[in-house]
Design a binder for this molecule. Structure first.
Ligand SMILES: [Zn+2]
Ligand SMILES: [Zn+2]
Length: 190
């Protein structure tokens, strides 16, 4: 499972196409450090490469912390960041379902797109659930947690260990076998 974090943004403008006064954008984030730019009258944008003047930008980095995907935010001292309505310190961590406002331009909602890592068995290792070594057969399919732990998903003898447990035995991260969002802001369901 890989985080494909994303911040659908709601932008307050008077001339939105749907007449609600709000324009919405989806901003996929790269898995590494990126920079968020949001200016009045412009669509917010994420840049994978740092710009020349990062002291004016909000820096974003997806991190895995306490078995949960988080987004680290680092703001310059002279700009305003609010998280869930509260003034945020220079460095903050947000998670799925949190929202933040950057310089009063936009409201960003943090969602996570899960992509399960499913593939062939690693050689010379055993499954931590059933303790059986992974068979080197082509029909052995395994689930790999972001922490590196590998579990049977299916094999010739019927082992489906990744389906038998809800979370990784090593890092306790939830095992999600379906690709998709686990949470989206309410306006995405309208
Ligand atoms: Zn197993
Ligand atoms: Zn794990």
């Amino acid at each position: 499972m890989e985080p494909g974090p994303l911040a659908p943004a709601q932008r307050r403008t008077p001339d939105a196409a749907d007449g609600s006064g709000v324009q919405r954008y989806v901003l996929p984030l790269p898995g590494t450090v990126s920079i968020l730019r949001a200016f009045p009258c412009q669509a917010p944008a994420v840049h994978a490469e740092p710009l020349e003047s990062p002291q004016h930008e909000l820096i974003l980095e997806p991190v895995l912390r306490d078995s949960r995907f988080r987004l680290a935010l680092v703001k310059p001292t002279n700009r305003k960041l609010c998280i869930n309505g509260e003034r945020a310190p220079r460095v903050s961590l947000v998670g799925e379902g949190d929202q933040f406002e950057w310089d009063d331009t936009c409201v960003f909602h943090v969602s996570i797109f899960h992509v399960p890592q499913i593939g062939p068995a690693p050689t010379g290792r055993s499954c931590p659930i059933c303790f059986a070594p992974f068979a080197a057969a082509a029909d052995t399919v395994c689930y790999r947690c972001p922490c590196g732990t590998v579990l049977h998903l299916s094999d010739a003898t019927g082992l489906e260990c990744a389906r038998a447990v809800k979370s990784c035995p090593t890092c306790k991260l939830s095992i999600l076998l379906q690709e998709g969002y686990t949470w989206l802001p309410e306006f995405c369901h309208e």
